[in-house]
Design a protein around this ligand. Structure first.
Ligand SMILES: *[C@@H]1O[C@H](CO)[C@@H](O)[C@H](O)[C@H]1NC(C)=O
Ligand SMILES: *[C@@H]1O[C@H](CO)[C@@H](O)[C@H](O)[C@H]1NC(C)=O
Ligand SMILES: *[C@@H]1O[C@H](CO)[C@@H](O)[C@H](O)[C@H]1NC(C)=O
Ligand SMILES: *[C@@H]1O[C@H](CO)[C@@H](O)[C@H](O)[C@H]1NC(C)=O
Ligand SMILES: *[C@@H]1O[C@H](CO)[C@@H](O)[C@H](O)[C@H]1NC(C)=O
Ligand SMILES: *[C@@H]1O[C@H](CO)[C@@H](O)[C@H](O)[C@H]1NC(C)=O
Length: 606
């Protein structure tokens, strides 16, 4: 009997002190164990003015409170499902308050998955309710016009959040984006009671100070190998905002398809889209960008060039070399090949028309435009009647001129250019120091780019490529090809599981000066074998692991050591549950035996 005692005590401790599963982890966090209930009549103020929260008929879970408006703001009508009418601080904050409360009330998160079967983990309703009284939001700084399309570092995303034992919540932030980050944290403090329409936090009093480690925390989505309808992209933005991720990089075209409608060049998507219905109109692009901006997620686009652009051959064959050449591996990394002719005035005229149309539409909502530049194969210019060479000495000056010209256009549109690492590292192209370079090849890439004085976004494929490890999409005929292909692994096998993703620090091995140039990173969703059917399960919660590294840092300030899987796992389990309940089909990371209050049994024995 005695030997059972310790495990009984341990259970009691778990029941009384559930993990406060804030994801990504705040920089500093203290909590108590007092229960406070959230009611929709909580008084919410933003810089002193009341923000009105009202329910509506759509809000079925609040049946007894339909159509009741509680607190009035003189200035602005405020409702469930509030959609901001403009990108202004107040509109954006009001919409975020609406989403936050609706998210808590609608997600119906009764966290039985996080507790031992049969255990009593919920507060006793019979003991009465101590209600949260006020949510006071104070923004201490004024948003600059760039707040909704910032360059890295231009917006202060820090916030402080306290919940007093008396039920007063104070959220302070310098910018409205900081308010959004704080509201997200606030929402993760709450659960629904299994008895019905009661929502509570068991963690009062709470004190949180928080700020991101890196200013650029992103996902790159490839919409050329597979098309993603607007709703899938908006859902991805939602999940990014829950993870406090703030950059969606849309790799919108590639040799396989051109889904982007360019009114000045309609033939490119007419001929280049997979199907007439699989296109992004200018309205779609604006909708995606504003949806992101309202959630503190800046959406920027990449047109990959001068390689990875074979699809233009379908509408403008005179501009492209090596389209669909075989065997593809002499001309490019994957079929169909195709690159811009590097010494062709028609290419330049095409790009002028393209950029004159596209860039002014993107610039109101993003600070960046990515001109690609990965995997340009020197052999392609052998087929270019204007060049007929694969000699670096011939090609390098042409590429330098190409980049200079296109980047000048990007800057003239008020945007900051980005490129893949090959442009400076393999081709020795020199660029102005404002250019942000995205690394992916691992090894010393990040270091080398910082040594050139460029800012870096890291997407090291050994860690942060979410497409890897799921097998070849090329088919291999029986015989010699079959033997070469067997066992049909893809080039970046194996799968990058969340723990491997979590282990990666883009600044590892850099000096302090070099590390300052690392703006952050992006996980990459190359979509050869990813489409809307498996997007969520492949991206989430693996992107969350990178999201925490980029927001919270690889080092846990509580220990001074690398963050621990033991500490992260129960939090990620709970956060994954929240994502699923909010409509994102994130994969489980453990079996339910582990999530249900047995985390210790699911640790590898020391
Ligand atoms: C959060 O609190 C700390 C410590 O008091 C203070 O230095 C910081 O400016 C506060 N941040 C915000 C956004 O209010
Ligand atoms: C260029 O083509 C030749 C064959 O003509 C091939 O041996 C070589 O590997 C190719 N170079 C690249 C970079 O693919
Ligand atoms: C590029 O084109 C110009 C103008 O047609 C020509 O003078 C030059 O020789 C070309 N350069 C190369 C490397 O082919
Ligand atoms: C350039 O072309 C020649 C002839 O096809 C080939 O042997 C060589 O490998 C090529 N160089 C590169 C860098 O691909
Ligand atoms: C870039 O410079 C390196 C080092 O000088 C050299 O080895 C390489 O061939 C150059 N690449 C090109 C494309 O000029
Ligand atoms: C901490 O993680 C980094 C990579 O992010 C790794 O290089 C380092 O070895 C780790 N340190 C320890 C003590 O595990």
């Amino acid at each position: 009997m005695l030997s059972l005692l310790p495990s009984f005590l341990c259970l009691a401790v778990i029941a009384l002190h559930p993990v406060a599963a804030i994801w990504p982890a705040p920089q500093s966090f203290t909590k108590g164990s007092q229960v406070l209930y959230l009611h929709q009549n909580i008084r919410i103020t933003y810089n002193g003015a009341f923000v009105r929260w009202s329910s509506s008929r759509e809000h079925g879970c609040l049946a007894e409170d339909l159509d009741t408006e509680y607190w009035m703001s003189q200035q602005v009508p405020y409702t469930y499902g509030y959609s901001p009418s403009s990108l202004t601080s107040k509109e954006v904050v009001q919409a975020a308050v609406s989403r936050t409360l609706a998210g808590i009330f609608n997600s119906k998160f009764v966290p039985w998955q996080m507790h031992k079967p049969g255990s009593k983990f919920e507060p006793d309703l019979a003991q009465g309710q101590k209600w949260l009284q006020t949510l006071q939001i104070v923004q201490t700084g004024e948003d600059q016009p760039s707040a909704f399309k910032p360059l890295a570092g231009e917006v202060d995303e820090s916030y402080n959040l306290t919940v007093s034992a008396e039920g007063d919540v104070q959220l302070t932030a310098v910018s409205s984006i900081g308010v959004l980050r704080g509201l997200e944290t606030f929402s993760q403090l709450f659960y629904q009671h299994s008895a019905g329409t009661f929502w509570y936090t068991p963690y009062a009093p709470v004190a949180i100070q928080d700020a991101p480690k890196f200013p650029h925390r992103g996902i790159m989505l490839d919409t050329a190998r597979h098309f993603f309808p607007v709703d899938d992209i908006l859902r991805t933005i939602d999940a990014m905002s829950w993870n406090k991720m703030n950059r969606l990089h849309v790799h919108v075209t590639d040799s396989q398809s051109w889904p982007l409608v360019i009114p000045a060049l309609p033939e490119v998507s007419e001929k280049g889209a997979h199907h007439p219905s699989l296109t992004y109109s200018p309205q779609d692009v604006q909708r995606i960008q504003t949806y992101g901006a309202q959630r503190g997620v800046e959406v920027y686009f990449e047109i990959d060039m001068p390689g990875h652009i074979g699809v233009v051959s379908l509408s403008h064959p005179e501009l492209i070399v090596a389209y669909n050449e075989q065997p593809y591996y002499w001309w490019c990394a994957q079929p169909p090949c195709g690159a811009f002719k590097l010494n062709n005035t028609g290419v330049d005229a095409f790009l002028k028309t393209l950029f004159d149309d596209l860039l002014p539409r993107l610039a109101p909502y993003s600070a960046y435009f990515h001109t690609g530049g990965d995997e340009l194969n020197k052999n392609d210019s052998m087929l270019d009647e204007g060049i007929r060479s694969n000699d670096s000495a011939v090609l390098q000056p042409l590429l330098q001129k190409f980049i200079d010209t296109q980047h000048a256009r990007v800057r003239a549109a008020g945007l900051t250019p980005m490129t893949w690492e090959e442009i400076p590292l393999d081709w020795n192209v020199t660029m102005d120091k404002d250019t942000v370079v995205q690394t992916w090849l691992g090894g010393e890439s990040v270091k080398k780019v910082t040594e050139l004085g460029h800012k870096v976004i890291d997407s090291n494929y050994n860690f942060w490529y979410l497409d890897c490890g799921r097998g070849q999409w090329l088919s291999f005929d029986n015989g010699a090809a079959y033997v070469i292909g067997y066992p049909f692994n893809d080039w970046c096998n194996p799968v990058k599981n969340w723990k491997l993703i979590y282990s990666h620090d883009p600044t590892a091995g850099l000096t302090e000066e070099q590390a300052k140039l690392v703006l952050g990173g992006e996980v990459a969703v190359w979509s050869e074998t990813i489409d809307p059917a498996n997007l969520d399960t492949l991206v989430w919660p693996r992107a969350s692991a990178a999201g925490e590294v980029l927001w919270s840092g690889r080092i846990d300030p509580a220990t001074g050591q690398n963050r621990s899987q033991m500490e992260a796992t129960p939090r990620l389990n709970e956060f994954r549950e929240r994502m699923v309940l909010n409509g994102v089909r994130a994969s489980p990371i453990q079996m339910m035996f582990c999530t249900q209050g047995s985390p210790k049994e699911c640790e590898y024995p020391a």
